[in-house]
Ligand binder design. Structure first.
Ligand SMILES: Nc1nc2c(ncn2[C@@H]2O[C@H](COP(=O)(O)OP(=O)(O)OP(=O)(O)O)[C@@H](O)[C@H]2O)c(=O)[nH]1
Ligand SMILES: [Mg+2]
Length: 182
């Protein structure tokens, strides 16, 4: 193909490639709010996701296809149908939801053991930091035993989807990670 054509592609995405990413987490964690903060830099009114939302998001020369999947109990078994070709998992935690931390920890380790996610990076977003009683990223990291994860590159980032705080930093880690290894 002519060079003008590939230049055009480079304007869109660094290599013209679309990087598939999934946003998972329990219901009410803030996944859909985060997806639309990334897309619109704004807060949208959400209702519980049935199925999924997907948006194309450009971040620092990389083009992402972000899939946001519903987190309700009955929908969790279908998460694995989205795993094919996923390069990164964004795990969103409601940092005030202490009761269900063990539950999402189990979901996390089940996900990491899945064949399709062998080389996926993991970004944990400790969301709802604006709320009183929110666990810190360090606390969640400890509860999740993140330092024991040696076969995936991972990072945990505190954030607030309503203000957007921390969301940029999380994606910055991810894009650095992805460009460093390719
Ligand atoms: N205070 C506060 N509320 C938030 C934050 N992020 C999301 N929310 C609220 O949490 C509720 C659930 O947000 P959603 O984005 O719909 O949650 P979800 O993870 O997509 O939920 P499912 O689609 O059911 O899996 C909404 O009322 C959001 O406005 C945050 O950082 N702080
Ligand atoms: Mg949702």
């Amino acid at each position: 193909m002519g060079s003008w054509f590939s230049n055009l592609f480079n304007l869109w995405g660094r290599d013209g490639k679309e990087h598939k990413l999934i946003i998972v987490g329990l219901d009410n964690a803030g996944k859909t709010t985060i997806l639309y903060q990334y897309l619109l830099n704004d807060v949208v009114v959400t209702s519980p996701t049935i199925g999924s939302n997907v948006e194309e998001i450009q971040f620092k020369n990389l083009k992402f296809l972000m899939w946001d999947v519903g987190g309700q109990e009955s929908l969790r078994s279908s998460w694995s149908t989205y795993y094919n070709a996923v390069e990164a998992v964004l795990l969103v935690i409601d940092s005030t939801d202490r009761e269900r931390l063990t539950l999402i920890k189990e979901e996390l380790y089940t996900m990491l053991a899945h064949d399709d996610l062998k080389s996926a990076r993991l970004l944990v977003l400790a969301n709802k930091q604006d709320l009183k009683g929110a666990m810190s990223a360090a606390e969640i990291s400890k509860q999740f035993n993140l330092t024991s994860i040696k076969d995936h590159s991972w990072h945990i980032q505190a954030c607030c989807a309503l203000t957007g705080e921390g969301l940029y930093e999380g994606m910055e880690w991810l894009t650095d990670e992805m460009t460093r290894k390719h």
